[in-house]
Design a protein around this ligand. Structure first.
Ligand SMILES: Nc1ncnc2c1ncn2[C@@H]1O[C@H](COP(=O)(O)OP(=O)(O)OP(=O)(O)O)[C@@H](O)[C@H]1O
Ligand SMILES: [Mg+2]
Length: 282
């Protein structure tokens, strides 16, 4: 049974998509020697607008609306997710549910008018949860049914936080949304952690925010992802950072290269594997 990790923060531009792409790619690389479902990762892009990275990062062709995520969310009964899933370009064990952006905008508009509007993603993914070790869900920078669906489908929420004063301002809203999802749908939903992103440690603002986050969220503050040109260039080259900056010799137990961005995302991958699969030796 897959562990579903939703990447959420209602603030825009904080590194959600970057984290979804690199976490999914990192998990896939680490699990690449594992046969069957325990070695497979699925990525779901719930963001209709955002900085369009996710589809392009994994070389997916455009799909028509009827064959994408929006149809899973809005049609009754939904089409089969099984036939929709596509393999990502750079990783044979990474799969993506494709989505077309205009149809996702329409889905966001339609969902509040539909029955069972909060649980549609969770139900649509149910037939394939046994086929993956991890499902990573990227979300839009808005409150609403797309975010709620992504939280209802999740076991763990990972919250990227830009290390700036503005970056921490909306976190209480998100906490309220998570509390409501727990209350009404998913009591077992847990916060995996707060992930400082775009961190520039030489700036006193970043230092102060890290101290503040540690105080506010004891035990939940993850090591930061620093601002890095490799992440920005990987993004503009439509790749995950592990593909953009690979190590000289690829080993599935050591996915990082000399690039700090790969080391930091690899560290996040290890933490998640240690938490999710404490007894497995991957
Ligand atoms: N650690 C980093 N270092 C450098 N650039 C980064 C880093 N993280 C993200 N970026 C860049 O910042 C921009 C915003 O990142 P991203 O698209 O991941 O944010 P987002 O939270 O998904 O945004 P949205 O809310 O609009 O979907 C992108 O251009 C991305 O390449
Ligand atoms: Mg995004």
């Amino acid at each position: 049974m897959a562990i579903t990790i939703t990447i959420a923060n209602e603030k825009g531009g904080v590194g959600k998509t970057t984290t979804a792409v690199n976490l999914a790619a990192g998990l896939a690389l680490r699990l690449s020697q594992t046969e069957g479902p325990a070695g497979r990762v699925l990525l779901v892009d719930m963001d209709p607008q955002g900085h369009a990275l996710l589809a392009t990062a994994f070389g997916l062709p455009a799909v028509d609306a009827k064959k994408g995520l929006a149809a899973l969310l809005t049609e009754s009964p939904p089409p089969s997710v099984q036939v929709m899933i596509q393999r990502a370009e750079h990783h044979p064990n990474l799969f993506v549910v494709p989505s077309s952006r205009p149809s996702m905008v329409e889905a966001a508009r339609l969902l509040p008018t539909l029955m069972a509007n909060e649980t549609r993603l969770s139900r649509a993914l149910a037939p394939v949860v046994d086929q993956f070790a991890f499902i990573v869900v990227d979300t839009p920078p808005t409150t609403g049914d797309l975010l709620v669906n992504a939280l209802v489908a999740a076991d763990l929420v990972l919250i990227p936080v830009e290390t700036s004063y503005l970056g921490v301002s909306g976190l209480r809203e998100l906490q309220k949304t998570i509390d409501l999802v727990r209350l009404h749908f998913r009591p077992q939903l847990e916060i995996l952690g707060y992930l400082p992103t775009l961190t520039e440690e030489q700036r006193s603002e970043a230092q102060e925010i890290l101290v503040e986050l540690k105080k506010r969220y004891p035990g939940l503050l993850l090591p930061p992802i620093h601002k890095s040109s490799d992440l920005a260039y990987a993004h503009s080259s439509h790749m995950d950072v592990f593909t953009y900056r690979p190590p000289r010799a690829r080993r599935s137990d050591q996915i990082a290269s000399s690039s700090r961005a790969t080391q930091e995302y690899a560290d996040l991958v290890e933490r998640i594997l240690a938490r999710a699969l404490p007894t497995a030796s991957v």
